[in-house]
Design a protein around this ligand. Sequence first.
Ligand code: F3S
Length: 399
Amino acid sequence: MFLTTEQQKMLDGEHGHAIAKLTHLIVKIGEVNGATRLIPIKNAQIAGVSYLTVGEPIFSFFNMLSEDNVKVSVPSWLNPAGMDMKKWKEMGIKNDFAEKQRRIIKQYQEMGIQTTLTCTPYLIGYKPKFGDHLAWSESSAVSIANAYYGARTNREGGPSSLASAIIGFTADYGLHKKENRVPRIVVDVKATINHFSDFSALGYWYGEKFHGIIPYFKSVKNANIDQVKMLGAAMAASGSVAHFHIAKHTPEAEKVDLSHISETVTFDESDKKQIYNHFNQIKERVNLVVIGCPHSSLEDVKLIDSSLGDKSIKEGIKFWVFSSQKLMQNDEAKKLLTNLEEKGVKIFTDTCMVVSPVVRENYKNILTNSAKAAFYLTRDGTNKVTLLSLSEIIEGVSE
Ligand code: F3S
């Protein structure tokens, strides 16, 4: 691999042991993937925050980094943690977990990383620009950065996104290269796609069938950011699809090279039904509703409020919505929050149903409108999940 003089110095340890190790990591990843150079990144989104997912080994990694007191060199922000940083007791988080979670966040903070704790940084002002090279690691955020904004990022692991955030470079391979961003399959969407859960079902269906292959969706009518994030998240979960195009909606779609299309497939009502049937698992009483995978926007939260109207959540059922702290800070959001709390809806921030331990541990029968959440919550067989549209959920759990 060609390295600039500065990059070579970093690799040779002239900037310290930690920088050398991190540069080595990025160079090795690049070599394995056929990269011939390192390229500068604009910013980084770093996963590997929840104590549930990183466990004790994260502290040895931090120790190695703290020897050289390294800091990030580009704007960087964090994925959700394992708990709401303020309302963790309300969630049922134990003291020991909370203490470890706080230590992790503090260490990231000391490296100069913003503790946004969200998988939707683009909803709180960190919108990537077309053509920007990034090192993002949460799979749904990666697909939105690529597809909705036309920025360029591979799906990084937690350590590699952190390494890139510190050294300021990533390896030039995969989705950083134009030729690897072209679609291979056209998806003719014949089914009616109205609800967020329909977008999620479409994404789940595609990812499961065509693992890792970039699609070109035609005939998708309403593709606002909240709908696209459901589509991308589900596709990334079931099939590691990190980029996609939607005709007339995504920035690369109109200029994209369609000469590599190898087949056209159809998504019809029966395909949609098959996904809803797959996640139709609850046979007993529902304990919990989880909304906000990916993290809810303010519009998502308003929709929950307006759909509920004068109704409240039934006794014995918890209704949890996950979002980011920053979105819930303004006066309008605070008012909404109070209003929803009175109706039995809790908004938690900084975390989610998948990276927090409490959902899997304490609740068996869960309703959601996100196929990604359904996928992760049912993977080890502990939970039963039913996928429904928001309006169906509200109809069933309110009175
Ligand atoms: Fe975000 Fe958690 Fe879903 S990180 S995409 S809400 S699994």
